[in-house]
Design a protein around this ligand. Sequence first.
Ligand SMILES: Cc1cc2nc3c(=O)[nH]c(=O)nc-3n(C[C@H](O)[C@H](O)[C@H](O)COP(=O)(O)OP(=O)(O)OC[C@H]3O[C@@H](n4cnc5c(N)ncnc54)[C@H](O)[C@@H]3O)c2cc1C
Length: 296
Amino acid sequence: MKRLRGFDYHEPVSLAEATRILVAAGDGARVLAGGTDLVVDMKTGQMRPSTVVNLKRIPGLTGIEAVADGTRIGALTKVTAVETSSLVQDRHPGLAQAASILASPPVRALATIGGNVGRASPASDLGPALIVHQAIATIEGRDGGRDELVEELYVEPGATTLASSDIITSLFLPDPPPGFGSAHVKLGKRGSGTDIALAGASASVVIGERGEIADCRIALASLGPTPFRAVATEEMLRAEMPTEAVLGAAAESAGGEAQPISDMRASASYRVTLARVLTLRALRGAVRSAGAEVVA
Ligand SMILES: Cc1cc2nc3c(=O)[nH]c(=O)nc-3n(C[C@H](O)[C@H](O)[C@H](O)COP(=O)(O)OP(=O)(O)OC[C@H]3O[C@@H](n4cnc5c(N)ncnc54)[C@H](O)[C@@H]3O)c2cc1C
């Protein structure tokens, strides 16, 4: 580890104060949440912010609550709290699963949901799960507040559409419709399921009155430059019955939509195989979570 380079450090007590500091500091500023990514990247020299704005003293940025039409999760809410929330487990099970296999308990006790989105890692666990739950990020910036779909925030590895003065304040997950189910699965290097994903898959389904897949979403991790939806595969599943043959064909299709790289952790061709296997598991899990059966 290299020594940390000097930087200005602030602990504002309001969003307005944080925004003022971030705007004045310009592009070299970074907000700090749990620090599990940012502090590591600063120590390795990958990130050299001139100004660090710690959000921890700003009230109202933590907590999980049922609101009209959905669930609101403060951006500074720890991953452990997402994992163990009965509200999230009941209404958004795929997100609770993703939180439960993110790193190890000590990391989950520090890491925040907003920091996971802000980091924009292609290997993110929470990103795909938030995407299949149609999560919306509420963002405070120099021109006031705005809402954006999480799936539209991702640009490239480590980069989002957020300006350096933007702060994600919360994530909103709409209430699922009747017949909804979701699941998240991944495979890590050691097969423990709790290290960074070689590949990951989230799926959500809405089972219709005839038992058909009335709607579905699939989002993949470590299979492209950002977490992304397998849109063509989703389309081929709509209105189909959830049989093993249909889900198997969808898994093949998701393998075709993956655009993985080869790196020191896995080859691209192995990751394509994982895309198929994990999409199949995520779809089976989502169908079962909806209270339906996968027909042989
Ligand atoms: C050993 C280890 C294992 C890990 N394993 C996994 C894993 O399995 N799966 C996984 O998904 N991640 C993993 N991570 C990555 C990390 O823990 C998560 O991405 C975590 O959720 C980041 O949250 P944080 O609060 O620590 O973010 P920070 O490190 O504080 O910030 C990360 C980035 O997001 C920005 N940011 C933070 N909060 C906000 C906000 N509210 N608004 C706007 N921008 C913001 C920061 O400026 C920074 O650029 C691992 C990390 C470590 C150290």
